[in-house]
Design a protein around this ligand. Sequence first.
Ligand SMILES: CC(C)(COP(=O)(O)OP(=O)(O)OC[C@H]1O[C@@H](n2cnc3c(N)ncnc32)[C@H](O)[C@@H]1OP(=O)(O)O)[C@@H](O)C(=O)NCCC(=O)NCCS
Length: 323
Amino acid sequence: MPWVIRDVVNDINKAVAQRWQSLDPLRPRPSDLPEGCTPPLLALGDNSRPSGLGVCRHQHVAADTLAQTWGAATKFVLSMRLRGPDVAAAADDLLTQWRDHLTSQPEARKDDTAAIVNWPSRDVTGVPALLRHGLQPLTVIAVRPKARPAGRSSPASTQTGAVIRPAGPDDLDAVTELEVGVVQYDANFGGSIPRPATEALVRAETQAALAKRPGWTWLAERDGQPVALTVVEPPAAATWIAGMTRTGATAYLQTMFVRPDERSGGIGAALVRHVHGELDARGIDLTLLHYSQVNPLSAPFWHRMGYRPLWSTWEARPAATLR
Ligand SMILES: CC(C)(COP(=O)(O)OP(=O)(O)OC[C@H]1O[C@@H](n2cnc3c(N)ncnc32)[C@H](O)[C@@H]1OP(=O)(O)O)[C@@H](O)C(=O)NCCC(=O)NCCS
């Protein structure tokens, strides 16, 4: 990176660090900008002073990974650093430049593509610019800090009559079925894109997870039948997303599912309270998860369970529909 750009990056990162902290103490410090497909896009404010930087990355997600079930096969991801405090004009400028860049990319016109921006949820002044460019808020990354000691309780048998226990290798069929249930439900909101290989990949990943000790998968059972599932990625496996929040032992809650005929009866809350007790006891400081913005069940549920929005993921699908 030429030194002039490096100076601009350092200068803007300093301002962004201050603004992010004042907006939300659970946000990370801004990292170095990733290497983009072109030199960084630059927005100029009053007096031609740099007011924002943007870096576009092109990501091809392999068909033999579960990542392709949770998003488009080709992603164009824009990372923005905006000086603020009002970021609307700089965001608008960068999104316009990015649209022109994507227009020159024939691949962005293919069906299975997305233009993606991860936006700080509390940075509300930029939202009109995202909407104006045709982006939709599809998913949320939510965060829960470790509970204070008085807030914990984790009974293995709940008032719902369900029994909560760790899952093991013998639960492969049940856990796979419940995992696939989440994929199917989230497809209603564009959160997942079921693929031909999805079920086999879920099964293989589940088999590997259930073989590990200690386990990070829990089931709620009624009359000996699994009715609800929670799966967590421990910090060693959650490094791909841990940088989205402040430093600390960070886990990722990857799956939550209650069978349709058991919902709204308290089983989901009981299972999550139990899992939170385990996570707190295992020294987890922060837990992250994704939910679909318009999933009518998950957003109220997670807020009730102590999570709140940290990042909102805005997308235009296919990527060329960015305007
Ligand atoms: C989200 C889900 C796990 C909740 O489990 P549940 O057992 O139904 O939830 P509970 O009965 O324990 O309710 C806990 C809280 O969730 C919310 N909730 C429950 N049912 C709800 C409904 N029908 N509509 C909106 N919110 C609801 C309420 O805030 C409730 O708390 P309250 O009863 O004290 O007000 C379950 O609905 C589910 O599996 N949904 C489909 C898959 C899914 O969306 N998974 C999450 C993906 S991120």
